[in-house]
Design a protein around this ligand. Structure first.
Ligand code: AMP
Length: 181
């Protein structure tokens, strides 16, 4: 499992204090990890973005894919910091034009993710970003979409991994996380 090094551990502590646990949201029995306080803290957001870029830079990536919706809020600044572009992986029916689709299971539900067919140049290396890794269905679908588009998953990054759900075991790509909850 990829966990942060020493500098990352300090950051992980800071981030941990800015992620709010919300019991029974959006359904009874779910402990929701609310990253909004972290996003609202400018210096911490900047440090998180820089950390993710530095961890994934050695493997190399050409573009960042953000997963709707909180993944977008991380993916765009990561792309900006890395000097590359960003694409959106969205829930079904939100993207115009021809799309690739992949269905997935959530910790609390089921859905379909889509990616515009022309969004990724063939062979480009994609860093896939989301806020939370729970059962792994969402990231698995995002990885499948990336590969269906003819691109390569260079890596995956989340802020929080809910390790009890063992989502990582469903994924064939390397996932980095700041916090394990
Ligand atoms: P999964 O596909 O089960 O790994 O679920 C991950 C996706 O669902 C991410 O896009 C998260 O935003 C969301 N999610 C699942 N569980 C939680 C949770 N406990 N707290 C916050 N977001 C969650």
């Amino acid at each position: 499992m990829k966990r942060p090094g020493a500098a990352g551990q300090d950051l992980a502590q800071r981030v941990s204090g800015l992620i709010r646990d919300v019991p029974d949201f959006p359904r009874p029995g779910i402990l929701f990890k609310d990253i909004m306080p972290m996003l609202a803290d400018g210096p911490t957001l900047a440090a998180v973005v820089d950390h993710i870029v530095s961890v994934h830079r050695p493997a190399g990536f050409d573009i960042v894919a953000g997963i709707e919706a909180r993944g977008f809020l991380l993916a765009a600044p990561i792309a900006y910091a890395a000097g590359c572009g960003v694409v959106a992986i969205r829930k079904a029916g939100k993207l115009p034009g021809r799309c690739l689709a992949a269905s997935y299971d959530l910790e609390y539900g089921q859905g379909v993710l889509e990616l515009q067919r022309a969004a990724l140049p063939a062979g480009c290396r994609v860093l896939v970003v989301d806020d939370v890794l729970a059962t792994g269905g969402t990231l698995a679908a995002a990885g499948a979409l990336t590969e269906s588009a003819g691109a390569v998953v260079a890596g995956m990054a989340v802020l929080v991994e809910l390790s009890a759900l063992a989502g990582r075991e469903r994924l064939s790509s390397e996932v980095t996380t700041l916090l394990v909850g």
